[in-house]
Design a binder for this molecule. Structure first.
Ligand SMILES: Nc1nc2c(ncn2[C@@H]2O[C@H](COP(=O)(O)OP(=O)(O)OP(=O)(O)O)[C@@H](O)[C@H]2O)c(=O)[nH]1
Length: 307
């Protein structure tokens, strides 16, 4: 009996034609770079200066250094790279962003440090002949976490983000962010219930503007922000917990109940005490275990308000 599933295939070129591919049409435009019009470099009055123009959502392998284990990690960075454009220029030269990124990568220098990003933004500003450049890199940061009793290790992670803004006359400006995860136990539930208290996974997001003299060789900003969130939580999150560990974190959470309001105020106090932070925003969002909705609280504070 004939097998209906057997088909007689035309070759690949014929298949492409079958599905709509056509022969190339006549070519009239130049193919050599020096003969091509360079629209983005047109100079005339284009009405407005542009604050930021460039490329975003660029994924690239990067190296992250950390003051805790693992000290060096390769991860994926998502880049946002822009320059200013003066109103006398039509546009920026977008190929130069990824061209420079690749150049640093090939030289083995593509690490997410303030030192690297300072060099990158200044070089980009020079190559684009523009006054200001901004680079933001978002990346997952991994850190080892051990069980509180068993000392068994595992890997946790937090979402990190760093922005360096360069201006040819006023210099550099740094902003860092970290979103970490914690346990919170509800103080109200503990107070009113005969037994137990509901608890939840809380997400603490911190964004901080660093002072110009911040020294990344002595302070790991990722670790400082993580500690601000975790040390004020009902309990830390762990990848590996044996029963004695589980008992410890459960009891610790019961002894340290926190509302979202408590969390943002306690984290704000720690960030306020860090001399290398100029301004910060902290948000705590709890994935409530007794609701479908989340609870949320935010504080923004600028130390210059009270100078
Ligand atoms: N300015 C601008 N460029 C765009 C836009 N959309 C795409 N392009 C990019 O234009 C780039 C090519 O322009 P340039 O980077 O100036 O290329 P080029 O002139 O050959 O490069 P240089 O010799 O370095 O000046 C490509 O990388 C495209 O991605 C846009 O909206 N604005």
């Amino acid at each position: 009996m004939k097998d209906e599933r057997n088909v007689s295939l035309p070759n690949k070129a014929e298949r492409h034609k079958l599905f709509g591919s056509v022969e190339p049409g006549p070519r009239s435009k130049p193919t050599k770079k020096h003969e091509m019009p360079d629209l983005q470099n047109t100079k005339q009055d284009f009405l407005f200066d542009i604050d930021h123009v460039g490329i975003t959502n660029v994924k690239h392998p990067v190296i992250v250094n950390s003051h805790v284990t693992p000290h060096v990690q390769t991860t994926i960075g998502t880049f946002y790279m822009t320059s200013s454009v003066n109103k006398t220029h039509k546009g920026t030269n977008m190929s130069r962003f990824t061209e420079l990124l690749n150049q640093y990568y090939e030289n083995g220098e593509l690490e997410v440090s303030l030192a690297f990003l300072k060099e990158f933004t200044a070089e980009l500003s020079h190559r684009l002949e523009q006054e200001e450049t901004t680079i933001t890199v978002e990346f997952p940061w991994f850190f080892e976490r051990r069980g509180p009793d068993s000392d068994k290790p595992g890997m946790n992670h937090a979402d990190a983000k760093v922005t360096v803004h360069y201006h040819q006359t006023s210099g550099y400006h740094y902003t860092v962010s970290l979103k970490g995860t914690i346990t919170t136990l509800c103080p109200c539930s503990k107070e009113i219930s005969e037994y137990s208290a509901h608890n939840q996974r809380g997400n603490v997001s911190m964004e901080a503007e660093l002072t110009g003299d911040f020294d990344e060789t002595t302070t790991d900003w990722k670790l400082a922000l993580l500690e601000a969130a975790e040390s004020n939580a009902s309990a830390r999150i762990h990848p590996v917990l044996k029963r004695p560990d589980e008992k410890m974190v459960t009891e610790q959470a019961y002894e340290n109940p926190r509302f979202v309001e408590d969390m943002v105020r306690l984290v704000a106090a720690d960030l306020y005490e860090m001399p290398f932070i100029q301004k910060f925003t902290v948000t705590c969002q709890n994935e409530e275990s007794i609701h479908l909705h989340d609870a949320i609280a935010t504080i923004t504070y600028d130390k210059s308000w009270h100078m």
